[in-house]
Ligand binder design. Structure first.
Ligand code: NDP
Length: 305
């Protein structure tokens, strides 16, 4: 007998909802994830999850977890490094080498922040370098910070920080923002917000904590150091699909391709949430997709597929 009916990789909105639905179908369900909450944890104030009052993202995610656990879901805080198909079942290898077996897999591991790939990035992560304005912004009250990026996350982040910090630089590698126009327009409302366009980050400086960011103007090639206490990298997110590299089809963004029932190209493996090609990366959408993935996995396990 296999250890589990379903193993869900990831404990964000998608994975936790999948766990709730799969437990309610009486399937032995294990969630494996390094952390609980995923991307929803990065917002302090989620006000577009229908039917619930505005609240911090982590609070909502803890409620998702408690609800899934109340129906029997188990959580293992670990990292899955490999999924292998063995006849009609699957063997998952964890970071420490431990192996677990399951009849079906739901992939819901979400995405990871994109790396800047510049010197100082690994040294200063958590010591002045952050990938989450919402989480770490309050630590930089009345300080000088720089936000890197030109999408909604960077522009909204810079605006949030401008209301909090002494001075905010927004460094974007082009002169046109990817963020929504209505959001970009708000940038001009803040006198303490300095836009540095056509500018790329090249090195993070500091001792124990960040003290500056070297940037280069892409047109003039001129390099300058911005004296800052904090660097916020808001340059998007990437999918890590190394655990199922040769098992499921993916697109050019490394997103797992699913059909309209969350089935991947490999029978017995389902996927949901931000890791898939499904558009609009939103908590409510991830939750809905998680429910769908579990219901479809149940159909698969009970022979209805
Ligand atoms: P995006 O992919 O939208 O933007 C990433 C930004 O980072 C781009 O401007 C990109 O530049 C820049 N960038 C990428 N790599 C580098 C690099 N190595 N060095 C410097 N700059 C780099 O990511 P977001 O996280 O902003 O948003 C992700 C999704 O979430 C989007 O769909 C967004 O609309 C959505 N979102 C929505 C919000 C809302 O509706 N309130 C809030 C936050 C996010 P370039 O433009 O040149 O490619």
């Amino acid at each position: 007998m296999q250890d589990w009916d379903i193993i869900i990789v990831g404990a964000g909105a998608a994975g936790l909802t999948a766990a709730l639905y799969s437990c309610r179908k009486q399937l032995r369900t294990l969630i494996i994830s390094r952390d609980v909450g995923g991307q929803t944890n990065l917002t302090n104030h989620i006000e577009n999850y229908p039917g619930v009052d505005p609240q911090p993202g982590p609070t909502l995610m803890q409620k998702f977890l408690a609800q899934a656990q109340s129906f029997g879901a188990e959580l293992l805080q670990d990292k899955v490094v490999l999924v292998e198909k063995t006849k009609n079942t699957f063997q998952l290898t964890l970071e420490g080498g431990k192996k677990v077996n399951t009849r079906a897999v739901i992939l819901a591991q979400g995405k990871e922040p994109t790396k800047l790939n510049i010197p100082g990035e690994s040294t200063f992560f958590g010591n002045g370098l952050s990938t989450c304005v919402t989480c770490d912004g309050p630590l930089f009250k009345k300080k000088t910070v720089v936000v890197i990026g030109g999408g909604n996350a960077a522009v909204e982040g810079a605006i949030e920080l401008a209301g909090l910090c002494e001075k905010v630089y927004l460094v974007h590698r082009r002169d046109i923002f990817r963020a929504d126009e209505v959001t970009v327009k708000k940038l001009s409302m803040y006198k303490n917000l300095v836009l540095l366009l056509n500018t790329v980050p090249i090195k993070i400086n500091g001792q124990k904590f960040v003290t500056g960011l070297n940037v280069k103007n892409a047109k003039s090639d001129k390099t300058t150091e911005l004296a800052v206490d904090g660097v916020f990298s808001e340059i998007g997110h990437e999918a890590d699909i190394s655990l199922v590299q040769n098992l499921v089809k993916t697109n050019e963004q490394n997103e797992i391709i699913v059909d309209d029932r969350c089935k991947t190209s490999c029978q017995g493996i389902f996927a949901c949430g931000d890791i898939t090609q499904v558009p609009y990366k939103q908590t409510v959408i991830a939750a809905g997709e998680g429910a769908k993935a579990a219901l479809e996995a149940h159909r698969y396990l009970t022979g209805a597929l």
